[in-house]
Structures are given as structure tokens and as C-alpha cells.
Design a protein around this ligand. Structure first.
Ligand code: ZN
Length: 309
């Protein structure tokens, strides 16, 4: 596969050939300032392969900015969008960016993560778009629908194979992971895998609704696909080589967290003592570790105590 890495002009950012091509020299981080990037560099759009794009927008509090990533695929029969953005304004910017690239309408929106930072802008997508989600995401989406969120038109149990304008797009559920209903987007011709929040690039994982043990199993299943590029749900869309390294680093971080919390639980520590004493080694330094670490410890305790369904 011949990846292009063109940065495409959006209405906000026009970059020529990006830092991304520097590849291995890049600082491994999810924090824009550590890359010398500012608010003005986002949102940014990259073309990963012909007609396959990512849209990265900054989110988070002023002192902890990171990207939220959308994948979109342009075909002769419409545009498929995987994961929206976290508010109607940002999703409207995404819709505008897509309209600058193609006159094709957005026909499919896949809710790969049912968390609000990927769904709260869904009202900005066209009414006519078909929304797709995994069955386990229905309770979260029904709660969000009370505040105007979108319910899916199509519910996926295990997989949905689409052929859109001659392009093959597979929507895959590979087991519970970051949420109960994470959906991957697999483009078999391009060997590009959009991983939603099952994989973040150099950011500590969010465990609020996670299934820590099954998460690793889902990643094992994803590897069976033989992807050339793992596109993360948060953190920068870097080169395929970096993303592959970071995929395995992320998996290692999940295993380290699970093992450490399991060890503390096995030693009879209370959850508060575990929050106090847990040491995740190098992953203590990742973006979000301070806030997400304790959430992860509580969630894994609940799992180990048999309190999760
Ligand atoms: Zn998220």
C-alpha cells in the first residue's frame, strides 16, 4: 500500500507536507505543545490512502489538550464517517471539511465509541445519514437520546459488511474493550484499521466503562486482520510504523495496569490503598495517567470482585 500522508486543507488549516513524514524522529506524545503544535494547527485532515481520511480536532481542558479523531471514507455512493466529535460545533466543522473534499453526501455514520466525546455532536450530521452502532451501546445511546442524541438506524451484533461505491468497508465487533460496544472499521483493500478508543496513541486508557481483561482479547483479534495502519481514537495520527509501535505499547500498558491492579487486589489492599500504591512504571508518564489511573483501578477492582455484568 502506498500511503500518501498528504495534509489536506480544511477551512482552518493549510499545511504543506507535514512533520508526520519525519517518522521516527517525532516526540512520542499526545500533547500538541510537546510537538510544537498550537490551536491554530487544528483541526487537521490527512489523506491516508486514496479517499480515506482522518480528521483530528483538539479537545480537553486548556492545560491538557489532545486530539479526538474521526475517520471518513469517500466513495462514489456517499461518505462513511466513523466516530463524530464531542460537540455540535466541532462536528459541524467536520461536516464542512468533508464538503470541501467531496460533493458526495454523508450517508453513513458509525458510532464506534458510544462516549459523548465522540457522539455529542451527532446532531450536526445530515438527517438523511444512516447511523450504525453495536447492540451493547444501545443503553448509553438511549440515555444520550434524551438530550437530543442520535439513536442508530442499524444495530450491529458481530459485523456489517458494506460495499459502498465499489469499496469494501467492514464494521466489526471484536469483543468488549474500552466500552461494551466498540466497533472497528476495517478497510481490507487499504489494510487500514480504525480502532476508535480501543487504541489511543501514547495516552493512558479511559476505563470508566471498560472491560479490562476482554480489552486485550479484542486487541488480539484485531491483530489477526493484518493491518498496515492502526488509526487511534485519540492521540496523533502518526505514520503507520509509529502507530504500530504505539499499538503494542498501548497493549503493554493495558497489561501492566491489569497485572498491577490484580496484584494489589490479590494482596488484600482496599481499593483506596490500591489507588495510593499502584505503580504503572513508564505509563505513569502518559497523558491522562493522573486522572484515568484511579478510575481504572476502581473499575478493575469491580471486575475482579465480580461486580460487572
Ligand atoms: Zn474518547
Amino acid at each position: 500500500m502506498n500511503l500518501r500522508y498528504a495534509i489536506v486543507a480544511t477551512s482552518f488549516v493549510l499545511l504543506t507536507l507535514p512533520v508526520l513524514t519525519i517518522g521516527q524522529e517525532l516526540v512520542r506524545t499526545a500533547t500538541p505543545s510537546e510537538r510544537g503544535l498550537t490551536e491554530d494547527d487544528f483541526p487537521r485532515v490527512q489523506e491516508l490512502a486514496p479517499d480515506v481520511y482522518t480528521y483530528e480536532a483538539l479537545t480537553g481542558p486548556p492545560d491538557d489538550r489532545y486530539t479526538t479523531n474521526t475517520l471518513f471514507v469517500v466513495t462514489e455512493a456517499g461518505v462513511l464517517v466513523a466516530d463524530g466529535q464531542g460537540d455540535p460545533e466541532e462536528t459541524a466543522r467536520l461536516v464542512t471539511a468533508i464538503s470541501r473534499i467531496t460533493s458526495q453526501p454523508i450517508t453513513h455514520v458509525v458510532i464506534c465509541s458510544d462516549h459523548g466525546d465522540h457522539t455529542n455532536g451527532n446532531a450536526s450530521f445530515p438527517e438523511s445519514a444512516q447511523f450504525i452502532a453495536q447492540r451493547n451501546s444501545l443503553p448509553a445511546l438511549e440515555r444520550a437520546a434524551q438530550d437530543g442524541g442520535k439513536l442508530p438506524d442499524t444495530v450491529v451484533d458481530n459485523r456489517l459488511d458494506l460495499r459502498l461505491g465499489g469499496r469494501e468497508i467492514q464494521i466489526l465487533f471484536l469483543g468488549r474493550a474500552h466500552t461494551g460496544g466498540d466497533l472497528f472499521i476495517w478497510l481490507p483493500d487499504e489494510k487500514i484499521l480504525f480502532t476508535t478508543e480501543v487504541f489511543l496513541n501514547h495516552m493512558f486508557s479511559g476505563y470508566r466503562t471498560a472491560y479490562a481483561r476482554e480489552w486485550l482479547t479484542a486487541m488480539d483479534a484485531a491483530e489477526e486482520l493484518g493491518a498496515d495502519m492502526y488509526v487511534p481514537g485519540h492521540g496523533f495520527v502518526d505514520s503507520p510504523a509509529i502507530l504500530e509501535e504505539e499499538w503494542f505499547a498501548y497493549k503493554d500498558h493495558l497489561r501492566v495496569v491489569l497485572d498491577e491492579v490484580t496484584r494489589l487486589h490479590g494482596n488484600g489492599l482496599t481499593v483506596e490503598e490500591a489507588v495510593d500504591q499502584a505503580d504503572f512504571g513508564p505509563y505513569n508518564e502518559w497523558s491522562g495517567a493522573d486522572s484515568q489511573g484511579p478510575i481504572g483501578i476502581r473499575r478493575i477492582y469491580a471486575e475482579l470482585n465480580g461486580e460487572l455484568e
